[in-house]
Design a protein around this ligand. Structure first.
Ligand SMILES: [Zn+2]
Length: 88
């Protein structure tokens, strides 16, 4: 699954709950709650573009989608290693 940086950055801040019958996810934390089923979402962004919205990406993160995690590595730099006193 491909992910654009802006939507993926927003996706990190959303909450994902599995719905009771296991047939999708409810994604909250944005302007409202949305239902993601399979790789489709009921939001306007997905409806207009037909490509992964922040809700679909939030579910992909929750599921550990390797492509989305790879994109996340590009978005988040590695922390700098802290110098410890023994390095001096
Ligand atoms: Zn959506």
């Amino acid at each position: 699954m491909t992910a654009d940086f802006e939507r993926l950055a927003r996706a990190i801040h959303l909450d994902v709950e599995t719905i009771a019958n296991g047939d999708g996810w409810i994604v909250t934390g944005g302007s409202g709650s949305h239902l993601v089923s399979g790789s489709a979402c009921d939001c306007i962004d997905f409806g207009v573009r037909g490509t992964p919205c922040k809700h679909v990406l939030a579910v992909a993160l929750r599921r550990g989608d390797p492509d989305v995690l790879e994109t996340l590595r590009l978005l988040v730099p590695l922390p700098r290693r802290r110098r410890s006193p023994s390095d001096a």
